[in-house]
Design a protein around this ligand. Structure first.
Ligand code: PGA
Length: 249
């Protein structure tokens, strides 16, 4: 399994920020891990060009339909046409801002697979759910409901993103991350079998920074990170990529 360092630019970035991608590319001409950047859709085509062959690009969402009367939306085939090979689906900000349910995320996942994209499906508990002891139950339900039949290592990446850790500077303890990642692996194994489940990359996301990345990457069943704020600057994201390259297998 090749680990994955994924950047989620969210609603940040214009053409001027492609300089960060050029700098990242120069710093990692032949990375020992997979690198992915998911910029806003307006930048996807240009970023895919600027990133070169060693850095993949992806969308932050796609519509469940292949085409049609959906003003403002973007299809999976359009993402591929713009150079994407991945798409983030079911990010907590989309689940909250756009009321995306597990069923909606699963339908989008199906559309992404039909077009040939790898889906990065996000799951994670709210602070209230954690405080109520519902973390694994909430995540298990999201995982079961958001991923259609037929998942495999080439089509699915799962990102564990505790909602309370996103953009807050708060990070779960290594024990808390391990508990969830071990649970995710077990759930995928029960559903898909050990051979398939062992190849699916499990990312941690939520306030990953250069100074905490190595500790997170040392946790069992953490196969990479989904990075928001710290993916916007090449120097920060590069340090996280290097930490992942240096992490224990
Ligand atoms: P953050 O965002 O790294 O800025 O906390 C992570 C994410 O939401 O993917």
């Amino acid at each position: 399994m090749r680990k994955l360092a994924a950047g989620n630019w969210k609603m940040n970035g214009t053409g001027a920020d492609l300089a960060e991608v050029a700098a990242l590319r120069a710093a990692h001409p032949s990375p020992a891990v997979d690198i992915l950047i998911c910029p806003p859709a307006t930048l996807l085509s240009r970023l895919s060009q600027a990133a070169g062959p060693a850095i993949a690009s992806g969308g932050q969402d796609c519509h469940a339909a292949a085409s049609g009367a959906h003003t403002g939306d973007i299809s999976a085939a359009m993402l591929i046409d713009a150079g994407a090979s991945y798409v983030i689906l079911g990010h907590s900000e989309r689940r909250a801002d756009h009321r995306e349910t597990d069923a909606v995320v699963a339908a989008k996942c199906q559309a992404a697979w039909a077009a040939g994209l790898t889906a990065v499906v996000c799951v994670g508990e709210t602070e209230a759910q954690r405080d109520a002891g519902q973390t694994l139950g909430a995540i298990g339900a999201q995982l079961a409901g958001s991923i259609p039949e037929g998942a495999g290592p080439d089509t699915l990446v799962v990102a564990y993103e505790p909602v309370w850790a996103i953009g807050t500077g708060r990070v779960p303890s290594p024990e808390q991350i391990a508990e969830v990642h071990d649970f995710l692996r077990a759930e995928l194994t029960a559903r898909l079998g050990p051979r398939t489940a062992s190849g699916i990359r499990l990312l941690y996301g939520g306030s990953v920074k250069p100074d905490n990345a190595a500790g997170i990457f040392a946790v069992s069943n953490v196969d990479g990170a989904l990075v928001g704020g710290a993916s916007l600057k090449a120097a920060d994201f590069s340090a996280i990529v290097t930490a992942l390259e240096d992490a224990p297998v």
